[in-house]
Design a binder for this molecule. Structure first.
Ligand code: GLU
Length: 471
């Protein structure tokens, strides 16, 4: 086995980056990054009708969001067509492949007859052992000479040894009659030429592996390590689909999940390391191994995702969060924060990031820091304010003028005020939240006061006091 691990992600650019694809990319990335290896990206764009540049852009965007950086240039499979044809012709010259002149009609007739006789409908070409002298001057495809007896064993790191009887493999086409390579050939050649040592991909490709092995063997190339991972299911145990919710990685960005939380969650989706649920990127890189990938499909669980996201927000660097939130707003088609707002957000971050599971939740808590006077009260806040028309705020505001703006002094002062009025601080909190933030659910009153500073806090209290009096 070569020393350096080389993995790859090989999406077909026919749509957005599917959450399952994102997980496949992540597994490959973790495996390579944890071993000082390389992680390559190949866009499988041989299907010209279905491949679009927009889809490629969406895949790159999704991977960029998740921080799944790849090594080297992005490889276009389509651009390798000449190389793929060269290999097919090489196998032809070696007698390991042959020209097949059977027409569609002849193949259909073969299948009908086989069906009628109750035999296998796998096409057996009459041209496999035909002498070149008998070749007509007609269009042909190049087919591989598949082994006809024995068995092919896929030594899969997830599924175990999977044995396919060779009489179930047909002489698959390598090159179409128009000279274009088939996808299955292109994958093998590209993986070989790119030096891929480990193929980690969805188990919907397990059957392909048996067919791809024929090509490796015919070329005398080393077969990569296979790891076919079970697909992701919805909470109901059925294959993940639109009806379970969002499928695109970008949709999760637009919903405001932090990339680190998403990576943690996706890594846990089908892979485990003991009982660890929450872990950092560094831990994931260190721990990730093919042994920990489960054999049965993992179920997508939004609650778990949110829970992990909350934990990642809580430990994230404030400046990094500030930047990621701008990215979220752009993805969600919402206006960006101004430089001032985003600076305010960063200063407030310490009292926001605890217990916010998503960026919308965090921004809701940040409302007090992002909004400016006059503060508009939402319905709940307005109700809290209405109950202070007795002048609490009017009395309190002047008292706060002389307080030094530290947490200790503010606490002492507000508690003292509550005591003097024979009430509890809790009773003051509602009106204060309403006055400072216009919301009923906010960070603590002290945190808000400290973040806003004395002048702004007092001005907001004053505004609310006047409002309460005039209503
Ligand atoms: N292009 C294939 C897909 O998007 C992946 C092929 C592979 O990983 O070998 O499903």
């Amino acid at each position: 086995m070569p020393d350096q691990v080389v993995t790859r992600f090989a999406p077909s650019p026919t749509g957005f980056l599917h959450i399952g694809g994102a997980r496949t990319a992540l597994f490959n990335w973790l495996y390579a990054r944890g071993r000082g290896g390389k992680f390559l990206l190949r866009i499988e764009d041989t299907d010209r009708e279905r491949s679009t540049p927009e889809a490629t852009a969406a895949i790159l965007q999704g991977m960029g969001w998740l921080g799944l950086d790849h090594d080297g240039e992005v490889v276009s499979q389509f651009e390798g067509a000449a190389r793929h044809a060269e290999v097919a012709n090489h196998l032809l010259a070696e007698g390991k492949a042959y020209k097949c002149f059977s027409t569609q009609e002849e193949i259909a007739a073969f299948r009908d007859a086989a069906r009628a006789e109750g035999k296998s409908t796998l096409f057996r070409s009459p041209w496999r052992d035909a002498d070149a002298a008998s070749h007509p001057d007609a269009p042909f495809v190049i087919r591989i000479k598949a082994p006809q007896d024995g068995a092919t064993v896929i030594r899969d790191q997830v599924q175990g040894d999977v044995t396919i009887r060779n009489d179930q493999l047909d002489d698959m086409i390598l090159l179409r009659s128009d000279g274009t390579p088939v996808y299955m050939l292109a994958v093998v050649i590209d993986d070989h030429d790119m030096g891929v040592t480990h193929v980690i991909r969805g188990d919907d490709h397990l059957n392909n592996a048996a067919r791809q092995m024929m090509i490796y063997e015919a070329m005398g190339w080393d077969v990569p390590v296979w790891a076919h991972i079970p697909l992701i299911h919805g909470p109901d145990g059925k294959k993940l689909s639109k009806r379970h919710g969002a499928l695109g990685a970008q949709e999760y960005q637009a919903m405001g999940y932090p990339a680190a939380g998403m990576r943690n969650y996706l890594a846990r989706l089908g892979w485990s390391h003991g009982d660890d649920e929450f872990f950092t990127d560094a831990q994931a890189r260190e721990w990730f191994d093919l042994d920990g990938i489960g054999k049965s499909p993992a179920r997508f669980d939004t609650k778990k995702l949110e829970n992990l996201c909350g934990q990642h927000i809580a430990i994230a660097d404030d400046a990094a969060l500030r930047q990621e939130i701008q990215g979220y707003l752009a993805a969600a088609n919402q206006p960006a924060l101004t430089e001032t707002q985003s600076g305010d957000l960063e200063r407030a971050m310490y009292c926001l990031k605890d217990r916010a599971r998503t960026f919308p939740e965090l921004l809701e808590k940040a409302h007090f820091a992002l909004t400016s006077r006059p503060i508009e009260q939402d319905a709940k806040a307005a109700k809290a304010l209405a109950s202070v028309s007795n002048g609490i705020l009017n009395e309190l505001t002047p008292q706060l003028q002389n307080v030094s703006w530290t947490r200790d002094d503010l606490e002492a002062s507000l508690n003292g005020f509550a005591e003097a009025r024979e009430t509890k601080f809790g009773k003051l909190a509602g009106p204060l939240r309403a006055a400072l933030a216009g919301r009923a659910v906010t960070p603590s009153v002290f945190d808000m006061m400290l973040v806003l500073g004395k002048d702004e806090s007092l001005a907001r209290l004053q505004d609310a006091a006047e409002k309460a009096q005039s209503s």
